[in-house]
Design a protein around this ligand. Structure first.
Ligand code: AMP
Ligand code: ZN
Length: 112
């Protein structure tokens, strides 16, 4: 738990979110500024600032996040989806609590 981390506050329930999943280690909720018809994020409950801060002991956690993505995407009606992990300010990261974006639906996704 990091005092002024917005995602830690969501994990604690101090800030509301449109939750799509929760278990003892992970939470997933819709992005407030969606870039696709369906756009949610999978977030570990433990405060890890980002991919640059992951260590070998986070291997299972990272694996669980990626294995959860297709399950939740299917539940949200997506036949295909895109994942994104912004890392560091120069990588476009705005919230420094690890999260994996999952988004899709619609045909406007750029071919990157
Ligand atoms: P990133 O650039 O990967 O750090 O993205 C952070 C994402 O968190 C952005 O897409 C924001 O729209 C999203 N976000 C910020 N605050 C909230 C919030 N309170 N609830 C849901 N999503 C949020
Ligand atoms: Zn946090």
């Amino acid at each position: 738990m990091s005092e002024d981390c917005i995602f830690c506050k969501i994990v604690k329930g101090d800030i509301p979110s449109k939750k799509v999943y929760e278990d003892e280690e992970l939470i997933a909720f819709h992005d407030i500024r969606p870039i696709a018809p369906v756009h949610f994020m999978i977030v570990p409950k433990e405060h890890v600032a980002g991919l640059n801060d992951c260590r070998p002991e986070h291997r299972d956690l990272l694996g669980r996040i990626l294995l959860l993505a297709p399950k939740l995407a299917a539940e949200q009606g997506l036949k295909g989806f895109r994942t994104m992990i912004n890392t560091g300010r120069e990588g476009g990261q705005e919230v420094f609590h690890l999260h994996v974006h999952v988004f899709g639906g619609g045909s406007t996704l750029p071919k990157t």
